[in-house]
Design a protein around this ligand. Structure first.
Ligand SMILES: NC(=O)c1ccc[n+]([C@@H]2O[C@H](COP(=O)([O-])OP(=O)(O)OC[C@H]3O[C@@H](n4cnc5c(N)ncnc54)[C@H](O)[C@@H]3O)[C@@H](O)[C@H]2O)c1
Length: 246
């Protein structure tokens, strides 16, 4: 599953799962445009480039139509192609529903869900023209399982699955596939800050006996973004170590 000669946009790549996806895609030979609102994306990209990765950072807020369009224009002017879009950027603003503010609701909708309208609209015409494309977005185990305090988050992650299943029906005929990954419990800044006993209790629920890693997720994205996955379309790849059987 090589990506040589292909150009991939990976949103939210400055850290966490997105950083893992950037590393795996670079190792597979892709040229990666890493998008993030965090300035530290520049350093992450430099670190990956130092190991031989073909990667550059673009400071892009995925909710901004203007910033997304400018970044896409630059990629097209330089490389003339966008083969892969990974919609990984996402946030949480957890609070029980009765206490949740309108801002907490709408911010999560904007970053996690409405951004897909912006990013996908910007790249899809180029993919259609090329007769090839891969769009893979971040859902979550909590789209199916639900979670206390995550009505906003779970709603966006379930909506992404519906978006995926619908868009795949529209663009499959152009050689474009649309899929998503639903990560389970993945090692992150958040899991690192949990009390050890809470972390261990979480891990005990996972049949594979360990927490997932950003690289584990990177390989899920790689499969769905590969040419070899041409007949896989509209699916959600559940990557949770078996903790939540679907
Ligand atoms: N970590 C997990 O256990 C887990 C589980 C299920 C799903 N997910 C999903 O996977 C994705 C990555 O999660 P993570 O744990 O690596 O999170 P993270 O917070 O470590 O990384 C998310 C990245 O997205 C960026 N981002 C946020 N808002 C943005 C915006 N408006 N524009 C551009 N970039 C923006 C952040 O700056 C950050 O670098 C998210 O969509 C998340 O919902 C994560």
């Amino acid at each position: 599953m090589r990506l040589d000669g292909q150009v991939a946009i990976i949103t939210g790549g400055a850290r966490g799962i997105g950083e893992g996806v950037c590393k795996v895609f670079c190792a597979a030979g892709a040229t990666v445009a890493m998008w993030d609102v965090l300035g530290e994306g520049e350093k992450t990209a430099e670190k990956i480039a130092a190991t031989g990765g073909n990667i550059f950072f673009q400071r892009v807020d995925v909710t901004s139509k203007l910033q997304v369009q400018e970044a896409v224009d630059k990629i097209m002017a330089t490389y003339g192609r966008i083969d892969i879009l990974i919609n990984n950027a996402g946030i949480i603003r957890d609070r029980s529903f009765l206490k949740m503010s309108e801002t907490e609701w709408h911010t999560v909708m904007d970053v996690n869900l409405n951004s897909l309208f912006v990013t996908t609209k910007a790249v899809l015409p180029y993919m259609k023209e090329a007769g090839y494309g891969r769009i893979v977005s971040a859902s979550s185990v909590n789209a199916m399982a639900g979670a206390f305090g995550q009505t906003n988050y779970a709603a966006t992650k379930a909506a992404i699955q519906g978006f995926t299943r619908s868009l795949c029906k529209e663009v499959g005929r152009y050689g474009i596939t649309v899929n998503c990954v639903a990560p389970g419990f993945i090692k992150s800044d958040m899991s690192d800050s949990m009390p050890p006993e809470v972390l261990e209790a979480g891990i005990r629920m996972i049949p594979t006996g360990r927490i997932g890693t950003a690289e584990d997720m990177g390989y899920c994205y790689l499969f769905l973004a590969s040419k070899e996955a041409a007949f896989v379309n509209g699916i959600t790849l559940h990557a949770n170590g078996g903790a939540y059987p679907i």
